[in-house]
Design a protein around this ligand. Structure first.
Ligand SMILES: [Zn+2]
Ligand SMILES: [Zn+2]
Length: 230
């Protein structure tokens, strides 16, 4: 039986693959898997940015010095760096709609949850929703596929009300923009600990807007687990 690497589509040899010693079938070849860089310490303790020391980074200081955003997002943890291989992989996964690629990340995503969040006693995960238009276009929500890997209950109480691209705005506009997220039922999350799930942490703006709505509706605390820290 021929099994192809999900990334380079070369045939996988069972003996050579990184996961051949596991019970699960290999999904990517050694070469492709090793081209992805897992984030190692030191990192910013707040947003997981890889850096020279473990001090809170300048971006996080700016967020936390803002009266509006202080203590909204407790902590972000990310699994992989955004290197060239990951850029290519994410583009294939997200924009060319290759949903099966998500399986490449299962083991590391779950391991990162266990290492960083198992003691937090998270009540629910919430995958960052796409707008209905975007979901229709793509056919799947990549954040939901990642959240499916975790042994936690998901609650889909957030909706995305419009989908103007955050990246087109300046930092100041992003800080003050009206919120793209709204909540459909807040009773479930009262005094709960929530773990937001998304594919990538770039500026932290999307996650904080989602977290803000949750905190405004009685959530105890909001953390995030993202696949990539760009
Ligand atoms: Zn490969
Ligand atoms: Zn930071």
């Amino acid at each position: 039986m021929n099994i192809l690497c999900l990334i380079c589509h070369e045939e996988l040899s069972q003996q050579m693959s990184w996961s051949s010693f596991l019970l699960s079938e290999p999904k990517v070849c050694d070469e492709c898997y090793q081209s992805l860089r897992k984030i190692n310490s030191p990192t910013c303790p707040h947003c997981f940015r890889p850096q020279e020391n473990d001090h809170v980074c300048q971006d996080c200081l700016t967020w936390e010095n803002s009266h509006h955003w202080k203590n909204i997002l407790q902590q972000n943890v990310s699994v992989f760096e955004y290197n060239d291989s990951m850029k290519e992989l994410l583009a294939t996964f997200k924009f060319r709609g290759d949903a099966a690629l998500v399986e490449v990340f299962q083991r590391d995503f779950l391991a990162s949850y266990k290492t960083n969040f198992i003691n937090e006693k998270i009540d629910y995960t919430i995958p960052i929703p796409l707008s209905p238009e975007r979901l229709y276009e793509r056919g799947f929500n990549q954040a939901k596929l990642l959240a499916d890997f975790l042994p936690l209950t998901q609650t889909d109480i957030l909706t995305r009300t419009h989908h103007e691209k955050q990246s087109k705005k300046s930092r100041q506009q992003r800080l003050t923009a009206s919120n793209v997220f709204s909540i459909v039922d807040s009773s479930k999350i009262m005094n709960k600990k929530i773990l937001l799930i998304d594919d990538i942490y770039t500026t932290g703006s999307t996650l904080r807007h989602a977290a803000k709505v949750l905190k405004n509706n009685g959530t105890d605390s909001v953390f995030s687990l993202t696949l990539i820290r760009s």
